[in-house]
Write a protein that binds this ligand. Sequence first.
Ligand code: FAD
Length: 480
Amino acid sequence: MATRTSFEESTQRMGSPDRQPMVSASTREASASLAHHVVIVGAGFAGLALAQALGSTPLRVTVIDRRNYHLFQALLYQVATAVLSPGEIAQPIRRIVGRHKNITVLLGEVDGINPERKEVSVNGEALTYDTLVLATGATHGYFGHSEWARFAPGLKTLEDARRIRAQILMAFEKAEMERDPAERERLMTFAIIGGGPTGVEMASAIAELARQALAQDFRHIDPTKARILLIEAAPRILGPFPKDLSANAERALKRLGVTLLRGKPVEDVNGRGVTVGGEFIPCSTVVWAAGVAASPAGQWLHAGTDRAGRAAVAPDLSVPGLDNVYVLGDVALATGEDGKPLPGLAQVAHQQGRYLGKALPARILRNETPPPFRFNNRGNLAVVGRNSAVVHWDSFKLKGFGAWLLWGIAHVYLLVGFHNRFLVTMRWLWTYLTFQRGARLIAEDVTRDLSKDTSTSRKTGAAANEPGASRGLDAPRVHG
Ligand SMILES: Cc1cc2nc3c(=O)[nH]c(=O)nc-3n(C[C@H](O)[C@H](O)[C@H](O)COP(=O)(O)OP(=O)(O)OC[C@H]3O[C@@H](n4cnc5c(N)ncnc54)[C@H](O)[C@@H]3O)c2cc1C
């Protein structure tokens, strides 16, 4: 474990009485709180909701994240398809929690924990905690085919979104200069792997980019002829939605000119294209939207994990066998009332953060035993291009324009910060009225040619997007 340094002292100083706000808590609560340091790793939906809830308590809180911003991942696909700019879906963590003087924010990467010594290692330095909350989220999972990652990037970070955007736009630029018709066709073929909400949203947004925003801009190619493939191993897309909504989404995709390849697993991906159901399809851009793997928090804890690496937690989100350690959000394996694992969704993470924001003060300050966490499902949404979406909530189903409007309102509401809400609303309005995309810059270096690389090993056995495997990213989108 790392050694303790002045860095630890500085977080103590920041939480010391002279830096504390005037609090209305009782003397007993205040003395308990000064002895008690809550460390939250990850300022995503779960960690941030928890931090905001603890901001009004007298506890000393440290939030650690390797990025200095909170990211609204649900709109990443719009950055990847040039609708929005990165800054419009991210917000500095300090700005969000800065008004709470009991919260210290550290920009750093946690690389391990020592539960016996109650320490986390941040950038190689030790920081002690009284209560530790891990909310480090998830990343892409390639189902044992990590060699596909460089050809089929997933969409999880702003860097991913910007790189995919550059790759898509660059494909059209290269096609404009390409003389070989077969290579031009390859450049203008885009494959999205995974028919969950992310895949559906990406496919429809690329189709609209090609058929509307870019339609008039080239002289040697016709962008409206671009081929967009949505590949799903299961018999239908949006699997967890009711069949009629999934059929409605399929029709909307077909209207946009998206080709659906259903019931066919991807067998290989390389720099020249994808192999699906035994057939090789040349394409220049492949986007992975088929699976997720939890961050390594479960390994740090040596706790029980599932196949995706999520750490098993008790009903109160604590880790069995460890003292004062909790796991939330995408990295937690928590079960619902039906005994099934809760999906990796923003509303689950957010509700867990808010729950622990009440449960921790009750436990630490008032010595109470809080009730277990209960997930309150707020409905599933997926958007399929302009004017079309599907919404499912218990027995309530909505599709078409009404669903699309609801999707838009929900997403603007869930964005953090008035500034971003305003900017995104204006941007959408402009895009809606003009059919244009405002963020079409190629600022990343995507000139490296992967097309000569056909070297991926053709592993047999478990297909990458076997039916039912596309959970996580591809689970229905739920907001809360
Ligand atoms: C493209 C995409 C679209 C999505 N769309 C929707 C949607 O429409 N609706 C919906 O409900 N859900 C959606 N989701 C899922 C949703 O975003 C996640 O369920 C949610 O973000 C999980 O929250 P979290 O707090 O667990 O993790 P995250 O929000 O991923 O946050 C984890 C945080 O931990 C930090 N971190 C990770 N490791 C470390 C470390 N070692 N040290 C320090 N910091 C670390 C990260 O920087 C990050 O800030 C989508 C996800 C993606 C990728």
